[in-house]
Design a protein around this ligand. Structure first.
Ligand code: G3I
Length: 469
């Protein structure tokens, strides 16, 4: 987002406030006395996180604060599309892997940010459109989510896809121009790639009930009603000098749809009202039982993308600011989440309704033939919902390796392939033949590669046959 937009955010100050009405039965009032952000948040069943720029991990003063105060991290830039796939099909996970390693060594969870965003697209993707871009973006989602599989608490699958202003509609971008279903296609591909990660939509200027947040609300409601896998919504919360009086009510209305909510990129204009606004946001999260955590977009003021706004909780010299104390107090005063049978929807990661009707993608069907001495074999894992499916296909080279491969599947009547990644499809109904793309045709003996396709109708009973060339 544009920095100047931060200053144009909604205006009503209401950040002080006692516990609001609408507290659910899953919240129990228990004052506590944690002395760090992470301890206080954890006592209330939440996490407290920070965005981390890769190079800062070699700054001792920075890492000391990070490890002492935070139990969740998100890459400020290192997991974005331009960083992870600088050239098409060539992936670079150096920065992301380093952050994950730091998190694992220090007991922190990791938020993945962001699989698809109209900004920070690599140059090659900026120049693409239509079905080529659709395939490339789905492939990106699949590859990156697969690489980090099992290591990510929640992915920002799609970031900032809605327009500012009063339209309540989508933002124009080359991604949007591939078709309005690009967001759900991305969520479906992400679910297949990492079924254990919560899948989130993330945006800014959604800090109250307004046209933009309502547009997103309608999308989430639609996704839930059609079984599109979505588990959470991130509210970036790059805030100015005030906090909207309906900030908490806005979080709550999303939670009531059956998704978790998180504060994902919190920073606040420095000055007189900063501590109050930080406290107001913290209280709002604590009062919403499905608000599972808060992340600030950086650690110290001088780590922030907002330059001289002094928008964070620590001074550059590492000292705690008044805003730090106000957040800590709000965490300690807040209610704890206690699981209750009345909790609407699941509170643990996992597929949302309806559940997949087929075995999870990691379980190959029992009928898979073993790899032959030559040629290749293929197996399909399916994620189905009413009216559509995503198929992941594993191709395994036989003892002679491959120069290229083809996989044929025969679709049930009425089914058709709508997009394909990491392979080229010929045909879309009946028997469809998938051929390797440039970078995944040559496989050594026993080597495995994966491609996928999305379809409408039923994908039940697909039996692939693989031919090597
Ligand atoms: O790494 C290069 C460096 O090699 C080069 O010399 C320099 C020259 O411009 O650029 C450096 O990259 C910059 C990168 O930050 C790392 O510092 C990019 O230009 C710059 O565009 C990038 O800015 C990031 C911005 O997203 C991109 O739009 C900010 O760090 C990051 O804080 C910001 O984060 C976004 C969230 O992802 C989404 N929500 C809004 C938030 C704030 O804009």
């Amino acid at each position: 987002m544009n920095h100047k937009r931060v200053l144009r955010l909604a205006v009503t100050v209401a950040a002080t406030g006692a516990l609001a009405a609408g507290m659910t039965m899953t919240l129990t009032s228990t004052a506590s006395a944690g002395t760090t952000l992470k301890a206080s948040a954890a006592e209330k069943g939440r996490y407290f996180g920070a965005a981390v720029a890769g190079q800062k991990l070699s700054d001792n003063a920075y890492v000391t604060i990070l490890n002492r105060e935070f139990n969740s991290v998100v890459a400020e830039n290192d997991m974005k599309w331009d960083a992870t796939e600088p050239q098409q099909g060539r992936f670079n996970y150096t920065g992301g892997d380093r952050l994950v390693a730091h998190a694992q060594a220090n007991g922190m969870s990791v938020r993945g940010h962001a699989l698809l965003w109209y900004q920070q697209e690599p140059g090659w993707a900026q120049n693409m459109s239509g079905s080529a871009l659709r395939s490339a973006m789905i492939n990106h989602v699949t590859q990156v989510a697969t690489h980090f599989k099992g290591k990510i608490y929640a992915w920002d699958v799609v970031n900032e896809a809605f327009a500012d202003g009063n339209s309540g509609g989508r933002r124009d971008s080359n991604l949007q121009r591939t078709g309005n279903d690009w967001i759900e296609a991305a969520f479906r591909a992400a679910r297949v790639a990492d079924p254990g990660a919560k899948l989130c939509y993330n945006d800014y200027n959604t800090d109250g009930i307004n046209a933009k947040s309502t547009g997103i609300y309608n999308m989430v409601r639609d996704f839930k009603s059609r079984g599109v896998p979505i588990d959470c919504v991130g509210f970036q919360s790059h805030l100015g000098t005030s906090l909207s009086s309906d900030y908490q009510a806005n979080l709550q209305r999303f939670a009531d749809l059956g998704v978790d909510v998180q504060i994902t990129e919190l920073d606040v204009m420095g000055g007189g009202n900063q501590a109050n606004i930080f406290a107001g946001v913290t209280r709002a999260c604590m009062n919403v039982s499905r608000c599972t955590g808060i992340t600030t977009w950086g650690v110290r003021d001088c780590d922030s993308w907002r330059g001289s706004d002094n928008a964070l909780l620590f001074e550059c010299n590492g000292n705690k600011k008044a805003a730090y104390t106000s957040v800590l107090n709000a965490l300690n005063a807040g209610p704890a989440i206690t699981p209750s049978p009345t909790t609407p929807g699941p509170t643990t990661p996992g597929p949302t309704s309806p559940p997949p009707t087929t075995p999870p993608p990691t379980t190959p069907p029992p009928t898979t033939p073993p790899p032959g001495p030559e040629g290749c074999t293929a197996s399909v894992s399916l994620n189905s919902w009413n009216g559509g499916f995503v198929a992941s296909v594993k191709v395994t080279a036989g003892s002679a390796g491959t120069n290229g491969w083809n996989v044929s599947v025969t679709l049930p009547g009425g089914a058709s392939v709508t997009n394909t990644w990491s392979a080229t499809a010929s045909g879309s109904t009946g028997t469809v033949r998938f051929t390797n793309v440039n970078y995944n045709g040559r496989l050594a003996a026993g080597q495995v590669t994966e491609f996928g396709f999305q379809g409408t109708g039923s994908g039940a009973g697909l039996t692939p046959t693989c031919t090597a060339s």
